[in-house]
Design a binder for this molecule. Sequence first.
Ligand code: BJW
Length: 229
Amino acid sequence: MNVFILTGAGVSAESGLGVFRGPGAAMWKRYDPMQLATPEAFARNPALVHDFYNMRRRNLIAASPNAAHVALARLEAQLARRCGALTLVTQNVDDLHERAGSRRVIHMHGELLKARCASCGAVSDRRDDLAVDSRCGCALRPHVVWFGETPLDLDEIFAALEAADLFVAIGTSGAVYPAAGLVRAARGRGVRCCELNLEASDNAAEFDDRRYGPASEIVPSWVEEILAK
Ligand code: BJW
Protein backbone atom coordinates (compact mmCIF):
# COMPACT_ATOMS: atom_id res chain seq x y z
CA MET A 1 0.00 0.00 0.00
CA ASN A 2 1.21 3.53 -0.84
CA VAL A 3 0.11 5.98 1.82
CA PHE A 4 0.37 9.74 1.31
CA ILE A 5 0.27 11.79 4.52
CA LEU A 6 0.04 15.58 4.76
CA THR A 7 0.74 16.98 8.23
CA GLY A 8 0.15 20.47 9.59
CA ALA A 9 0.74 22.42 12.77
CA GLY A 10 -1.72 20.27 14.76
CA VAL A 11 0.64 17.27 14.71
CA SER A 12 3.21 19.33 16.64
CA ALA A 13 0.74 21.18 18.89
CA GLU A 14 1.19 18.77 21.80
CA SER A 15 4.96 19.23 21.51
CA GLY A 16 4.37 22.83 22.56
CA LEU A 17 4.80 24.46 19.14
CA GLY A 18 1.99 26.87 18.36
CA VAL A 19 -0.68 26.44 15.71
CA PHE A 20 -1.64 29.27 13.37
CA ARG A 21 -5.42 28.89 13.36
CA GLY A 22 -8.14 27.00 15.26
CA PRO A 23 -8.15 25.92 18.91
CA GLY A 24 -5.01 26.86 20.79
CA ALA A 25 -3.89 29.39 18.18
CA ALA A 26 -2.06 32.18 19.89
CA MET A 27 0.70 32.83 17.38
CA TRP A 28 -1.24 34.80 14.76
CA LYS A 29 -3.29 36.53 17.47
CA ARG A 30 -0.09 38.02 18.84
CA TYR A 31 1.58 38.55 15.45
CA ASP A 32 0.09 39.79 12.18
CA PRO A 33 1.11 37.30 9.44
CA MET A 34 1.21 40.05 6.88
CA GLN A 35 3.81 41.81 9.07
CA LEU A 36 5.90 38.65 9.34
CA ALA A 37 5.27 35.88 6.82
CA THR A 38 5.61 37.66 3.50
CA PRO A 39 8.65 38.67 1.44
CA GLU A 40 7.36 42.24 1.58
CA ALA A 41 7.39 42.17 5.39
CA PHE A 42 10.99 40.92 5.34
CA ALA A 43 12.01 43.66 2.92
CA ARG A 44 10.27 46.26 5.09
CA ASN A 45 11.48 45.16 8.51
CA PRO A 46 13.97 42.25 8.44
CA ALA A 47 14.88 42.70 12.15
CA LEU A 48 11.26 42.14 13.24
CA VAL A 49 10.89 39.06 11.02
CA HIS A 50 14.20 37.64 12.30
CA ASP A 51 13.04 38.20 15.93
CA PHE A 52 9.85 36.18 15.26
CA TYR A 53 11.71 33.26 13.64
CA ASN A 54 14.56 33.38 16.21
CA MET A 55 11.94 32.92 18.97
CA ARG A 56 10.32 30.04 17.06
CA ARG A 57 13.75 28.44 16.40
CA ARG A 58 14.60 28.51 20.13
CA ASN A 59 11.19 26.99 21.00
CA LEU A 60 11.74 24.25 18.43
CA ILE A 61 15.19 23.33 19.75
CA ALA A 62 13.67 22.94 23.24
CA ALA A 63 10.71 20.84 22.00
CA SER A 64 10.46 17.05 21.57
CA PRO A 65 8.45 14.83 19.21
CA ASN A 66 5.16 13.48 20.57
CA ALA A 67 3.40 10.13 20.15
CA ALA A 68 1.92 11.17 16.79
CA HIS A 69 5.37 11.81 15.26
CA VAL A 70 6.64 8.50 16.69
CA ALA A 71 3.66 6.57 15.28
CA LEU A 72 4.21 8.01 11.78
CA ALA A 73 7.90 7.01 11.88
CA ARG A 74 6.80 3.49 12.85
CA LEU A 75 4.31 3.43 9.96
CA GLU A 76 7.04 4.38 7.48
CA ALA A 77 9.35 1.61 8.74
CA GLN A 78 6.61 -1.05 8.80
CA LEU A 79 5.24 -0.19 5.34
CA ALA A 80 8.77 -0.42 3.91
CA ARG A 81 9.13 -3.93 5.41
CA ARG A 82 5.87 -4.92 3.68
CA CYS A 83 6.88 -3.53 0.26
CA GLY A 84 4.65 -0.52 0.74
CA ALA A 85 5.65 3.12 1.02
CA LEU A 86 4.84 6.23 2.97
CA THR A 87 5.18 9.69 1.50
CA LEU A 88 5.23 12.15 4.40
CA VAL A 89 4.68 15.73 3.28
CA THR A 90 4.64 18.32 6.04
CA GLN A 91 3.69 21.97 6.00
CA ASN A 92 5.57 22.28 9.28
CA VAL A 93 8.92 24.00 9.41
CA ASP A 94 9.92 21.98 12.51
CA ASP A 95 12.11 18.84 12.44
CA LEU A 96 10.04 16.74 14.86
CA HIS A 97 9.15 14.08 12.25
CA GLU A 98 12.88 13.53 11.61
CA ARG A 99 13.70 13.49 15.32
CA ALA A 100 10.99 10.85 15.85
CA GLY A 101 12.70 8.64 13.25
CA SER A 102 10.96 9.46 9.94
CA ARG A 103 13.57 9.00 7.24
CA ARG A 104 11.99 10.80 4.30
CA VAL A 105 10.11 14.03 4.98
CA ILE A 106 9.14 16.59 2.34
CA HIS A 107 8.99 20.07 3.89
CA MET A 108 6.80 21.97 1.45
CA HIS A 109 6.93 25.20 3.53
CA GLY A 110 10.65 25.00 4.31
CA GLU A 111 12.66 24.33 7.46
CA LEU A 112 13.23 26.59 10.44
CA LEU A 113 16.66 25.15 11.22
CA LYS A 114 17.95 26.24 7.82
CA ALA A 115 18.77 29.64 6.37
CA ARG A 116 18.78 30.69 2.75
CA CYS A 117 20.87 33.30 1.00
CA ALA A 118 18.42 35.91 -0.25
CA SER A 119 20.50 36.40 -3.40
CA CYS A 120 22.07 33.11 -4.53
CA GLY A 121 19.53 30.80 -2.83
CA ALA A 122 22.20 28.64 -1.10
CA VAL A 123 20.67 26.78 1.86
CA SER A 124 22.66 26.07 5.03
CA ASP A 125 21.95 24.56 8.47
CA ARG A 126 21.31 27.22 11.09
CA ARG A 127 20.46 26.58 14.74
CA ASP A 128 21.43 29.95 16.19
CA ASP A 129 19.74 33.33 15.82
CA LEU A 130 19.74 35.15 12.50
CA ALA A 131 20.28 38.91 12.37
CA VAL A 132 20.07 41.55 9.68
CA ASP A 133 23.86 41.39 9.29
CA SER A 134 24.02 37.54 9.05
CA ARG A 135 25.82 36.97 5.78
CA CYS A 136 26.95 34.27 3.35
CA GLY A 137 28.36 36.95 1.09
CA CYS A 138 24.87 38.46 1.04
CA ALA A 139 21.83 38.62 3.39
CA LEU A 140 20.45 35.44 4.96
CA ARG A 141 16.72 34.83 5.45
CA PRO A 142 14.83 32.00 7.17
CA HIS A 143 14.43 29.02 4.80
CA VAL A 144 10.62 29.15 5.03
CA VAL A 145 7.91 29.66 2.39
CA TRP A 146 6.03 32.88 2.93
CA PHE A 147 2.64 33.88 1.48
CA GLY A 148 2.96 34.58 -2.21
CA GLU A 149 6.03 32.32 -2.59
CA THR A 150 6.00 28.96 -4.37
CA PRO A 151 6.00 25.95 -2.01
CA LEU A 152 8.93 23.55 -2.33
CA ASP A 153 9.11 20.15 -4.09
CA LEU A 154 5.68 20.40 -5.74
CA ASP A 155 6.69 18.12 -8.63
CA GLU A 156 7.75 15.40 -6.19
CA ILE A 157 4.58 15.90 -4.13
CA PHE A 158 2.23 15.56 -7.12
CA ALA A 159 4.18 12.56 -8.44
CA ALA A 160 3.77 10.81 -5.07
CA LEU A 161 0.06 11.67 -5.05
CA GLU A 162 -0.29 9.94 -8.43
CA ALA A 163 1.00 6.72 -6.86
CA ALA A 164 -1.03 6.92 -3.63
CA ASP A 165 -3.69 4.40 -2.54
CA LEU A 166 -4.69 6.38 0.55
CA PHE A 167 -4.50 10.11 1.38
CA VAL A 168 -4.43 11.22 5.02
CA ALA A 169 -4.38 14.82 6.32
CA ILE A 170 -3.34 15.23 9.95
CA GLY A 171 -3.66 18.41 12.04
CA THR A 172 -4.08 20.88 9.22
CA SER A 173 -6.83 23.50 8.92
CA GLY A 174 -7.20 23.25 5.14
CA ALA A 175 -6.91 27.03 4.95
CA VAL A 176 -3.64 27.44 3.03
CA TYR A 177 -3.20 26.51 -0.63
CA PRO A 178 -1.86 24.65 -2.53
CA ALA A 179 -1.59 22.18 0.40
CA ALA A 180 -5.34 22.46 1.08
CA GLY A 181 -6.05 21.43 -2.53
CA LEU A 182 -4.21 18.09 -2.31
CA VAL A 183 -7.25 16.27 -0.94
CA ARG A 184 -9.28 17.30 -4.00
CA ALA A 185 -6.48 16.13 -6.32
CA ALA A 186 -6.41 12.77 -4.51
CA ARG A 187 -10.20 12.42 -4.69
CA GLY A 188 -10.05 13.21 -8.38
CA ARG A 189 -7.99 10.03 -8.75
CA GLY A 190 -10.52 8.01 -6.75
CA VAL A 191 -8.20 7.70 -3.75
CA ARG A 192 -9.81 7.25 -0.31
CA CYS A 193 -9.16 10.29 1.90
CA CYS A 194 -9.02 10.44 5.69
CA GLU A 195 -8.82 13.41 8.04
CA LEU A 196 -7.32 13.18 11.56
CA ASN A 197 -7.74 16.43 13.46
CA LEU A 198 -8.77 17.96 16.76
CA GLU A 199 -11.82 19.38 15.00
CA ALA A 200 -13.27 19.55 11.48
CA SER A 201 -11.02 21.40 9.03
CA ASP A 202 -12.22 23.96 6.47
CA ASN A 203 -12.34 21.19 3.83
CA ALA A 204 -13.61 18.34 6.06
CA ALA A 205 -16.45 17.60 3.63
CA GLU A 206 -13.91 16.40 1.04
CA PHE A 207 -12.80 13.46 3.22
CA ASP A 208 -14.36 9.97 3.23
CA ASP A 209 -13.31 9.22 6.83
CA ARG A 210 -12.89 11.70 9.68
CA ARG A 211 -11.55 11.15 13.18
CA TYR A 212 -11.37 13.86 15.78
CA GLY A 213 -9.23 14.09 18.90
CA PRO A 214 -5.69 15.03 19.95
CA ALA A 215 -3.07 13.84 17.44
CA SER A 216 -1.07 12.09 20.18
CA GLU A 217 -4.05 9.77 20.69
CA ILE A 218 -5.78 9.36 17.33
CA VAL A 219 -2.66 9.03 15.15
CA PRO A 220 -1.13 6.08 17.07
CA SER A 221 -4.47 4.24 17.13
CA TRP A 222 -5.04 4.89 13.41
CA VAL A 223 -1.51 3.63 12.61
CA GLU A 224 -2.13 0.44 14.57
CA GLU A 225 -5.36 -0.13 12.60
CA ILE A 226 -3.57 0.33 9.27
CA LEU A 227 -0.78 -2.05 10.28
CA ALA A 228 -3.28 -4.64 11.50
CA LYS A 229 -4.88 -4.83 8.02
C1 BJW B 1 -4.77 19.70 16.17
C2 BJW B 1 -4.31 19.77 17.49
C3 BJW B 1 -4.00 18.55 18.14
C4 BJW B 1 -4.69 21.78 16.78
N1 BJW B 1 -4.17 17.40 17.47
N2 BJW B 1 -4.92 18.54 15.54
C5 BJW B 1 -7.25 33.00 -1.96
C6 BJW B 1 -7.72 31.72 -2.25
C7 BJW B 1 -6.83 30.65 -2.38
C8 BJW B 1 -5.47 30.83 -2.22
C9 BJW B 1 -5.02 32.11 -1.94
C10 BJW B 1 -5.90 33.17 -1.82
N3 BJW B 1 -5.16 34.28 -1.52
C11 BJW B 1 -3.85 33.92 -1.46
C12 BJW B 1 -3.76 32.60 -1.72
C13 BJW B 1 -2.51 31.77 -1.73
C14 BJW B 1 -1.95 31.59 -0.34
C15 BJW B 1 -3.05 31.09 0.59
O1 BJW B 1 -3.40 29.92 0.61
N4 BJW B 1 -3.59 31.97 1.41
C16 BJW B 1 -4.70 31.59 2.30
C17 BJW B 1 -4.48 32.23 3.66
C18 BJW B 1 -6.00 31.99 1.62
N5 BJW B 1 -0.91 30.60 -0.45
C19 BJW B 1 0.33 30.93 -0.71
O2 BJW B 1 0.68 32.09 -0.82
C20 BJW B 1 1.30 29.79 -0.94
N6 BJW B 1 1.95 29.97 -2.20
C21 BJW B 1 1.26 29.95 -3.34
O3 BJW B 1 0.06 29.80 -3.39
O4 BJW B 1 2.08 30.11 -4.45
C22 BJW B 1 1.44 30.07 -5.73
C23 BJW B 1 1.58 28.69 -6.30
C24 BJW B 1 0.60 27.74 -6.07
C25 BJW B 1 0.73 26.47 -6.66
C26 BJW B 1 1.81 26.19 -7.44
C27 BJW B 1 2.79 27.14 -7.65
C28 BJW B 1 2.67 28.40 -7.09
C29 BJW B 1 2.39 29.80 0.13
C30 BJW B 1 1.85 29.46 1.46
C31 BJW B 1 2.93 29.61 2.51
C32 BJW B 1 2.41 29.34 3.90
N7 BJW B 1 3.37 29.75 4.85
C33 BJW B 1 3.09 29.51 6.27
C34 BJW B 1 4.25 30.11 7.08
C35 BJW B 1 5.49 29.23 6.96
C36 BJW B 1 6.58 29.70 7.83
C37 BJW B 1 6.18 29.76 9.30
O5 BJW B 1 5.95 28.68 9.92
O6 BJW B 1 6.15 30.85 9.83
O7 BJW B 1 2.97 28.11 6.51
S1 BJW B 1 1.52 30.18 6.80
C38 BJW B 1 1.14 28.88 7.91
O8 BJW B 1 -0.04 28.19 7.46
C39 BJW B 1 2.31 27.87 7.78
C40 BJW B 1 1.58 26.57 7.76
O9 BJW B 1 2.38 25.57 7.16
C41 BJW B 1 0.34 26.89 6.97
C42 BJW B 1 -0.79 25.91 7.15
O10 BJW B 1 -1.21 25.88 8.47
P1 BJW B 1 -1.63 24.49 9.13
O11 BJW B 1 -0.46 23.61 9.24
O12 BJW B 1 -2.82 23.94 8.47
O13 BJW B 1 -1.95 24.96 10.63
P2 BJW B 1 -3.22 25.75 11.17
O14 BJW B 1 -2.76 26.48 12.37
O15 BJW B 1 -3.91 26.51 10.12
O16 BJW B 1 -4.22 24.60 11.63
C43 BJW B 1 -3.90 23.82 12.77
C44 BJW B 1 -4.82 22.61 12.73
O17 BJW B 1 -4.39 21.73 13.76
C45 BJW B 1 -6.29 22.94 13.00
O18 BJW B 1 -7.08 22.28 12.04
C46 BJW B 1 -6.53 22.38 14.41
O19 BJW B 1 -7.85 21.85 14.55
C47 BJW B 1 -5.53 21.27 14.48
N8 BJW B 1 -5.06 20.94 15.83
N9 BJW B 1 -4.33 21.06 17.92
C48 BJW B 1 -4.66 17.40 16.23
N10 BJW B 1 -3.57 18.51 19.45
